[in-house]
Write a protein that binds this ligand. Sequence first.
Ligand code: EPZ
Length: 416
Amino acid sequence: MDKVIIKGGNKLIGEVNISGFKNAALPIIIGTVLSSDKCRIENLPMISDVSNLAKIMKMIGADVYLDENGFMDIDTKNIQKCVLIDEITRKMRASYYLLGAGLSRFKEVEVLYPGGCDIGSRPIDQHIKGFEALGAKVEIKHGVIKCSADKLVGSKIYLDVVSVGATINIMMAATMAEGTTIIENAAKEPHIVDVANFINTMGGDIRGAGTDVIKINGVEKLHGCNYSVIPDQIEAGTYMIMAAATKGNLLIKNVIPVHLEPVTAKLREMGVEVIEYGDSIQVNGDFDLKSINIKTLPYPGFPTDLQQPMVALLSTVEGTSIVNETVSESRFKYIDELKRMGANISVDGNTAVVKGIYKLMGAEVRATDLRAGAALVIAGLMADGITEIREIQHIERGYEDLVSKLKKIGANVKKV
Ligand code: EPZ
């Protein structure tokens, strides 16, 4: 098993280039199933979720070429039907986008229940509600989800919870439905807009993505296209937090600063200097920082995916910070690992009370999920001595070249 070993104490200084956004790239790659033409998807992060998805696409019959320079050529004309009963779907949550895309093109799809990070029960009732409203029959038997329809007809769908996955899945399913579909209480995350832009580049007619009402006018057919994925706001936010945590100074390049506003606002509230440029952000953390309170919320609120990295930073900020997790059901498992490093954090339900200590101490810890892994890397960068992080396969699902990017900006880190 690979491990990441960090000797803490170095300030991170220099420039870091942000990769394409995992959570946009994955639905966009699957979205190529909507057409039977060729697509080229660019600015992909070179992470294990993308290489596993390339395997999934081949398994359903697509012709796929993944280039190490970050693009994928996908030809979906030979896919006969969208059936994938294989454990590989459990490696990532995003495999459930095959449901919306497959239902739209083939009117029939079968996929094993998706996996992904262990951050709560993560039901898919809103996806199912949307597919049924469009006229599909949905059955779940022995862990296999089967959706089928004679035809899909546009409908008005109100989401009971703001869900990124359900919004994208319903958008995909409705793309070629008869008539108009309206999704109310839709998620507004940047990747919703990116997926809608991708579908529109293929000839779709989706309006309002980025607001909480999305209108999808069904079209008859979609065509192939070239499309470049937006930068990863969560990777960027992680490096912003790392700059603050190490009292460093980083220029974070290839970002869309407006996507990072919740993080920028909270870091500034702590006393970090954040300067926004056109497509980069400078973060200078060499100040005495103040404790803050955080509540995670759907976009444009503070992202749940940065709750874990932020708690790692707050664990050494003087004073008491209260962190309230309202999006994920159970996203505090990693706190036990931070406690091994000396953190003083207590958890009551969905609230963590973080009492800042002077210094963390290096320890052997385990990444319990993707962003938990990022939090432990941040903790290791701040800690006295050596931190060994096990189960880094979780980190490799979502951070491209983390170790080499960190080395370039001065971290004492290696993968063994
Ligand atoms: C996406 O997960 C991301 N994953 C997650 O990123 C991210 O944490 C999450 O959105 C929230 O921003 C991908 O894009 C692949 P949701 P998703 O549907 O789509 C509840 C990371 O670290 N819900 O927006 O699964 C659900 O239980 C990962 O990169 C229902 O109740 O999230 C959760 O509490 C981890 N019923 C909340 O809504 C449903 O049908 C938000 O979930 C669907 C969701």
